[in-house]
Ligand binder design. Sequence first.
Ligand code: TMP
Length: 207
Amino acid sequence: MSRVRGFISFEGIEGSGKSTQVKLLAEYLRTKGHTVIETVEPGGTRIGNKIRSLLLDPENQMDPLAELLLYYSARAQHVREVIYPAVLRNAIVITDRFTDSTVAYQGHARGIDLSLIDTLNEIVVPDMRPYLTFLLDLDVEEGLRRNKDAGKMDRFEQETVDFHNLVRQGFHQIARAEPDRVKVVDSSKSKEEVSKEIIRTIEEAWR
Ligand code: TMP
């Protein structure tokens, strides 16, 4: 699977500051003259947003396999409706979460077989992976506290601290396996410091 130069993803546990950093990076790249598409998973399309509501509704008791397949339904639509067309016209696509979230949440934390997730990736996202992935790393309790203070309480935020620690460990495992693609950034720093580090990393990687 080849890494696409203009495709960047952000990953991390709840409250790790991904959406803020997506915006800051997009603003920076626009000042450099790039066309930038900011997007999010699950979501990014009309259908994806409907699936997102199902996935995050705290009233839903969801079977893990149903959950996995809904993420891939949203992703199939997102990749074909938004990501591929944008990449083809040489825009930069920055996504808040992508396939690493599935490996960390549904694989490492829910316990679904990682080879099944690999197979779904090959079917749904053939021949494309992000050029760079920023893993915003933060203590789980700190991240959950940040989201609680912001009034965010969806189906995943209701999971235990142990669940979120499995997610965090899953992300670290991915980063260890693919150090060229996945860059770990300490997200306990100020948003300005985190943003500077991200911009520095991108400029080096694109040089
Ligand atoms: P967000 O709140 O960061 O937008 O993400 C939505 C939730 O969905 C978050 O708790 C992580 C979860 N998620 C998965 O479990 N698997 C996935 O593949 C993706 C993209 C997100």
